[in-house]
Design a protein around this ligand. Structure first.
Ligand SMILES: Cc1ncc(COP(=O)(O)O)c(C=O)c1O
Length: 387
């Protein structure tokens, strides 16, 4: 069994993907070809924003957002402590200071009480100029943007939605990547919508920012490529990746987003019926708040009651599952504030939930093409070892 079976997806979409890739190879338009603009238009429409600018990866998408908002030295940017490193790395790379905020233990997303407390502490200290909140849609679930935006408005902060894992998710009828002043995503192969290499995109309704991002992603170009009016990046999405994404995007809309939600439903029901009802060791299932839709970048359980005193550690469980052919992952074993690269950063709030989650989370195989038999095998094997 594969953790995310991209080879199976390729077999399903093979005819269209092969044609798309070969057409680009034959066309010669490898950089900024027509497929890039077509994809950007389609993504902007789906997300429900005016502008989509693709770029080389999700990390650059965040960097482009920070540069656009003029964030740099002396600025504070609030980032959840439980996320992938890039969410915070980009802040430090721009010379600004990431201020780590705790997360909600149920949704894994930024905790708004902790956010308020961090803002209060940064204001009280008065050393940093607070500029923005990077809210991450962790594991595919949109963050609590109603509360985040109201806090941001109150304190004059920008909201950047890091939708690297969240593309396709919803709150009500609004799509992920549309919630912030700027939204970003990643097309890394294993993401909900992935290409066959690196890729990313930035979303905004702001015309001026959209122009700036289009300039920044091509070496700060002005009227043409060789008129350079600012320092930028080389961060474009390859035409071949855009062509691949156009095919995959159709499948994503047609059935893949619905299929991952069906897999998640099966997992949740079976874990609750077959493990949590009867066993002392619980596998707490992901919580999706009312009105939210996840795009299930990961299906992550919490093994709160699993300790070595039960006779099995998380690592031991992982190796037993692996021996039975079931791959699992720990996203993430180390909170941002405990990463060596951020050693020495002042902690403004306690991030105990992030620390605890890093010890008890376990992500199970998840993708749109999982069969009922595979789901059953995961549950039965998990049950066998948690008994
Ligand atoms: C939450 C989050 N932010 C940012 C990124 C960076 O995306 P990329 O790998 O495309 O640079 C990732 C990728 O894993 C991510 O999960």
């Amino acid at each position: 069994m594969e953790f995310r079976d991209l080879k199976r997806q390729y077999q399903v979409l093979k005819a269209d993907l092969d044609k798309a890739m070969l057409d680009i190879a034959a066309s010669g338009g490898y950089i900024m070809g027509g497929a890039v603009t077509e994809l950007e238009e389609q993504l902007a429409e789906y997300v429900g924003v005016k502008h989509c600018m693709t770029c080389a990866n999700g990390t650059d998408a965040l960097t482009l957002a920070l540069k656009t908002l003029g964030i740099g030295k002396g600025d504070a940017v609030y980032v959840p402590d439980f996320t992938f490193f890039a969410s915070a790395e980009v802040v430090a790379a721009e010379g600004a200071t990431p201020v780590f905020v705790d997360v909600d233990p149920q949704t894994f997303n930024i905790d708004t009480t902790s956010l308020r407390e961090a803002i209060h502490n940064v204001e009280k200290e008065g050393r940093l100029k607070q500029k923005a909140i990077i809210a991450v849609d962790l594991f595919g679930l949109p963050a609590d943007f109603a509360s985040i935006k109201s806090i941001a408005a109150h304190h004059g902060l920008y909201v950047i939605e890091d939708g690297a894992q969240g593309f396709g998710g919803c709150i009500g009828n609004k799509r992920a990547c549309s919630f912030g002043d700027i939204g970003t995503t990643s097309f890394f192969p294993a993401k909900p919508l992935g290409c066959y290499g690196d890729g990313g995109a930035v979303f905004t309704n702001n015309d001026e920012w959209a122009d700036l991002i289009r300039s920044l992603r091509v070496h700060g170009k002005g009227s043409c490529k060789y008129d350079n009016i600012r320092i930028g990046l080389n961060s474009r999405l390859d035409t071949i990746q855009a062509a691949i994404l156009k095919v995959k995007f159709e499948a994503f809309k047609k059935n893949e987003l619905a299929l991952v939600n069906i897999v998640a439903e099966h997992y949740t029901k079976q874990i609750n019926d077959n493990i949590n009802k009867d066993y002392a060791i619980k596998a707490e299932t992901p919580h999706i708040p009312e009105g939210f839709l996840s795009s299930w970048a990961q299906y992550t359980i919490r093994l709160n009651t699993l300790t070595s005193s039960n006779g099995i550690s998380r690592e031991e469980l992982q190796s037993r599952l692996k021996a039975s052919g079931i791959p699992t992952m720990v996203y993430y074993p180390t909170p941002m504030s405990r990463q060596t690269a951020f050693k020495g950063l002042h902690p403004y709030v306690n991030t105990t939930n992030a620390a605890h989650l890093s010890q008890c989370v376990l992500s199970l195989p998840m993708h749109p093409y999982m069969t009922d038999t595979e789901i059953q095998t995961v549950i039965e094997t998990l049950a066998e070892h948690l008994k």
